[in-house]
Design a binder for this molecule. Structure first.
Ligand code: F6R
Length: 604
């Protein structure tokens, strides 16, 4: 949450704004920059999106600068106002700080600093950092930041610049990511790799407790004790174009259209002779053969991917799989031993609750397998092993292609585990390899008809999504997509639960999205659909292409390709993404940056 970008070297004001623009998906209620120009520290900030900041800087964008820091905010402490926007400054107005994360002891620090004479102007926790650095500054900015961070409790990624120190910018991290890259023009730091792809593909991730001193021609990293550390470079193979819209109106639509490619990329190198191979975990084969329980830990859409995994693995063999949202898991008295496999799923690899769950598991001696999209993210560095989904950067806040990439890798993982336990699933493996083409064709042929159905339902303020078995997680995910981007009250339920309460909500104003594809539970689903029709609810059913039974019972149908029943989560998931997208688009909403949300939830 929130985005940080900064550099020292040859640049102009616009570079700061452009860097921020690429991070806007991280938070977007206000934006600001601080830069050094002819020994002056200039700070400009404004409520609203990065474009509001761009307008503010109009006429000055071409100004040459030597160094700067920039921030796009997702408010935690204090309303999104110009004053609360970052950068925050100290009393002398010589120090500017941008910050991601939450300083938990900010109230105590602010009281102490106030009694020492410091004057606060904002309601942010960040401002205490600026005043602390002021307190410790004796001419060495790096040292002042280092000592100040020792007083901080909570999480932070910070960037600091000082009016009198022209040749360095300081960054520090605890539990909130920062990445550094350099080229012939300067040295750059950001809260994720997206704005750094154009700088260099070889990047260094700061570790918790580390502080970086960026100079024009080099950067050095230190522990917060002051001890220097060696830089470890990660190579990022993301394509710069993948962080651009490529002709689509929104990133979300572009990312949905990338899904056939995402499935192929997740399969590449992982299938041989009808079998799944995972080089990344082959040294775990003996361990996997002996596991008796799996804990899956994730949040939001990644949690739904985890639920699909549970249903799929249970089809292959009875297995004890527990899927829990990380914000609950981390506070439980969980069972972990050497026969338990813990799988943490996180697109960003930076979700605070998921990271804390991983730390809990590891403190209990458990092993963690990460499923992530971001090379070098905190999760991938803390987990014992990682399976990457290789989906490329996901910019839209609502996750679409990462979800499809996650379930692809999780299907492979389930098959891999079952192979080790004696199963043979070559037919499933072949069916997975056919999916990219099927999905591509489905999107091309059904996109318009899904749009027309969305147009018809755009006026409703409530929606109930129902499914059973492996399509129950799709109901949860479909409802989440609709609610987060269109602000429709959408709830997902196991269809069998309707009559235990939620059916009371239904009437002609409360439509139902029912997943009634051709699978083992279709007849049960039909009974549930009839129950909802009996309450006058309008029903949109997602049915298999060849269905003739359901279409006559409901108001509208979305047809997905006829598939083996275990493959429906792919196409149903995509159909529901397209439906949500079109409802939100009809309402003219800011689809890629929905209100109150941010990509990568790095606060608890
Ligand atoms: C919904 C969405 C969120 C994320 C959740 C976990 O569209 O994007 O629900 O899935 O915040 O994020 P990661 O996967 O990065 O841990």
């Amino acid at each position: 949450m929130c985005g940080i970008y900064g550099f020292i070297g040859e640049g102009k004001v616009e570079d700061l704004v452009n860097g921020l623009k690429k991070l806007e998906y991280r938070g977007y209620d206000s934006a600001g920059i601080a830069f050094l120009k002819s020994k002056n520290l200039i700070v400009e900030k404004r409520t609203g999106k990065v474009d509001a900041l761009r307008s503010l800087m109009n006429g000055r964008l071409e100004e040459r600068i030597n160094a700067g820091i920039a921030h796009t905010r997702w408010a935690t402490h204090g309303m999104p106002t110009d004053i609360n926007a970052h950068p925050q400054m100290d009393c002398t107005k010589k120090i500017a700080v941008v910050h991601n994360g939450i300083i938990e002891n900010f109230a105590t620090l602010r009281d102490a600093l106030t009694s020492e004479g410091h004057i606060f102007v904002s309601q942010t926790d960040t401002e205490v950092i600026a005043h602390l650095i002021e307190k410790y500054f004796r001419g060495d900015l790096f040292e002042a930041v280092r000592v100040a961070t020792l007083d901080l409790e909570g999480t932070y990624a910070i960037g600091v610049i000082h009016a009198d120190i022209e040749d360095e910018v300081i960054f520090a991290r605890r539990k909130s990511p920062l990445v550094i890259a350099a080229n012939d023009f300067g040295t750059y730091c950001a809260s994720d790799v997206t704005p750094l792809i154009s700088v260099s593909r070889d990047v260094v991730f700061l570790e918790d407790g580390q502080i970086a001193r960026l100079k024009r021609n080099k950067f050095e990293i230190f522990e917060n004790s002051g001890k220097p550390v060696e830089n470890h470079f990660y190579h990022i193979n993301w394509d710069e174009k993948s962080a651009e819209k490529g002709g689509y109106k929104h990133f979300m639509m572009k990312e949905i259209h990338e899904e056939p490619r995402v499935i192929s990329d997740a399969l590449v190198g992982r299938i041989k002779d009808g079998k799944v191979i995972f080089e990344e975990i082959k040294d775990w084969n003996e361990y996997i053969k002996n596991i008796r329980k799996i804990n899956v830990i994730a949040c939001g859409t990644s949690f739904h991917a985890g639920l699909v995994f549970k249903y799929f693995l249970e089809r292959l063999r009875p297995f004890d799989v527990e899927v829990e949202v990380s914000s609950e898991f981390r506070y439980r008295n969980v069972f972990v031993d050497d026969r338990v496999l813990n799988i943490a799923i996180s697109q960003s690899g930076e979700t605070a609750d998921t990271l804390e769950s991983v730390r809990l598991v590891k403190s209990l001696g458990g092993k963690v397998l990460a499923i992530s999209n971001v090379v070098g993210s905190t999760l991938t560095r803390e987990a014992d092993r990682t399976l990457y989904i290789n989906a490329g950067p996901e910019i839209s806040v609502a996750s679409t292609k990462a979800y499809i990439g996650q379930i692809t890798v999780l299907y492979l993982l389930a098959i891999y585990m079952d192979q080790l336990m004696g199963g043979n699933h070559s037919e499933m493996v072949i069916n997975l390899t056919k999916l990219p083409e099927i999905v591509d064709n489905f999107i091309l042929t059904q996109e318009d008809s899904i749009k027309s159905i969305a147009d018809k339902y755009v006026g409703y303020t409530n929606f109930m999504y129902i499914g059973r078995g492996i399509n129950y997680p799709s109901a949860l995910e479909g409802a989440l997509k609709l609610k987060e981007i269109s602000y429709t009250n959408a709830v997902g339920y196991q269809a069998g639960e309707l009559k235990h309460g939620p059916i009371a909500l239904l009437d002609e104003k409360f439509p139902v999205m029912a997943i009634v594809v051709d699978d083992e539970l279709k007849d049960k689903m039909i009974s549930n659909v009839l129950e909802t029709k009996a309450r006058n609810a309008q029903v949109v059913a997602i049915v298999s292409a060849s269905d003739r039974k359901v279409s006559s019972l409901v108001n509208d149908v979305i047809r997905v390709p006829d598939l083996e029943s275990y493959l429906y989560p792919f196409v149903v998931g995509i159909a529901l993404q397209l439906f949500a997208y079109n409802v939100a688009n009809d309402r003219n909403l800011n689809i890629d940056m929905p209100r109150n949300l941010a990509k990568s939830v790095t606060v608890e």
